[in-house]
Design a protein around this ligand. Structure first.
Ligand SMILES: Nc1ncnc2c1ncn2[C@@H]1O[C@H](COP(=O)(O)OP(=O)(O)OP(=O)(O)O)[C@@H](O)[C@H]1O
Length: 246
């Protein structure tokens, strides 16, 4: 079966800054790949490359299409880093989740019964039904993250890109998010999940990629999280420090 995510030799520059250097990555359908790296290592840039939002040299394919084509067809769901969201924007949780349905609506964006049902299901799965009419800015960090995951679920995309879904979330949301991601994998979705939280990797990810502008290591979590690999890359031992801080 062909890959869900396929990147070959992707290189991205922002002016003089080399953000990605010949990065290659393949994720088969129905797998979870953990994207590991310190701040500034290029994780968000890789997501934007997959979404076709930043131009890259090399090849990027999502389910056989370019990133931009896959995004326009609604094949990629994206959960951005919290820092990239304007939380003061006056919008209810329910409306954020409904945005996941926009690609299926006409230009006037009038939700149909199927859209409302999909939003209701996504809110239930993320345990946000009771908060559906709250302003997004009034939620906790974990609830906000779940709202964006609900938006991606409502979109029903085959490929989900999650940028730091565990950052700034409480333990309860962390457990809910982990359970949800595993369920989504079980339903056949392909997930690329960036995280600083190395403790999440072994039970969540089928494979992992360690990024530092270029690919430092890729393979099973056991292969990538080997102490010598992490020590060489960052001087961090996983048992000493399970979470990288900035
Ligand atoms: N729009 C931009 N213009 C110039 N440089 C940028 C831009 N966006 C990112 N960079 C630089 O590119 C490099 C990779 O950034 P990127 O945001 O992809 O890393 P990251 O791994 O996602 O880090 P973080 O976890 O801090 O978001 C960094 O050196 C960053 O400063």
């Amino acid at each position: 079966m062909s890959a869900a995510i396929e990147v070959e030799g992707a290189t991205v520059r922002y002016g003089d800054v080399l953000a990605l250097d010949e990065v290659s990555l393949t994720v088969a359908p129905g797998r979870v790949c953990g994207l590991l790296g310190t701040n500034g290592s290029g994780k968000s840039t890789l997501f934007k490359t997959l979404l076709g939002l930043v131009p890259a040299d090399g090849t990027v394919r999502i389910l056989g299409r370019t990133g931009a084509a896959a995004r326009k067809e609604g094949l990629i769901g994206y959960v951005p880093q919290s820092e990239q969201v304007d939380w003061a924007f006056p919008v209810r949780v329910r409306d954020v989740v409904m945005m996941g349905r926009y690609g299926r609506m006409g230009p006037r964006r009038r939700p149909r019964a199927a859209d409302r049902e999909a939003v209701g299901r996504a809110l239930e799965r993320t345990r946000l039904t009771d908060l559906a009419d709250r302003q997004i800015g009034a939620l906790s960090g974990g609830q906000r993250k779940r709202a964006f995951i609900a938006r991606a679920i409502a979109q029903e995309s085959a490929v989900l890109l999650l940028d730091e879904p565990f950052a700034g979330v409480d333990k309860r949301s962390e457990a809910t998010v982990t359970e949800l991601l595993l369920q989504l994998r079980g339903e056949g979705h392909t997930l690329l999940v960036s995280t600083h939280d190395l403790a999440q990797v072994p039970h969540l990810c089928d494979e992992a990629l360690l990024l530092q502008r270029r690919v430092l290591a890729r393979g099973t979590p056991e292969q990538v999280l080997r102490p010598q690999v992490l020590m060489e890359a960052f001087g961090v031992h996983p048992e000493e420090e399970a979470t990288w801080t900035s």
